[in-house]
Write a protein that binds this ligand. Structure first.
Ligand code: AMP
Ligand code: ZN
Length: 116
């Protein structure tokens, strides 16, 4: 999947609308279109990376940027006190449906393992 027709790259370029909850020069955070919890947002690198499997020694700090953005947004969105879940799905069996690395932030209700 190239950046040209990647769904999340198109959201970054504002070709597809989204409800942005966080943005800096490296990361975009926006509400998930099919929320699984009262707060459900996605955090993506502005540089196209297909998935967490593509993270290597060089790009590992970029993954940290996603976590920082999710943590900050959890506070802003009011779910940091009671706790929240960060999820990354990798590949078909992992449940990944969009091949652009993303961290899910889920909160606002108790999350039960494994189906939550
Ligand atoms: P995953 O299944 O981990 O690849 O997560 C992809 C997520 O992207 C799903 O939770 C979808 O609901 C979400 N999604 C798909 N299209 C959009 C969109 N246009 N805007 C916001 N979220 C989306
Ligand atoms: Zn992309």
């Amino acid at each position: 999947m190239s950046a040209a027709n990647c769904l999340f790259c198109r959201i970054i370029r504002r070709e597809i609308p989204s409800e942005v909850v966080y943005e800096n020069e490296k990361v975009l955070g926006f509400r998930d279109i099919r929320p699984q919890a009262p707060v459900h947002a996605l955090f993506i690198p502005k540089k196209h990376v297909a998935g967490v499997r593509e993270i290597d020694g060089q790009s590992a700090p970029e993954f940290g940027d996603l976590v920082l953005a999710a943590n900050e947004s959890a506070s802003k969105l009011g779910v940091s006190g009671k706790g929240y879940r960060l999820v990354v799905n990798q590949g078909a069996d992992g449940g990944q449906t969009v091949d652009h690395l993303h961290v899910h932030l889920l909160g606002g209700r108790p999350m039960a393992w494994p189906t939550g």
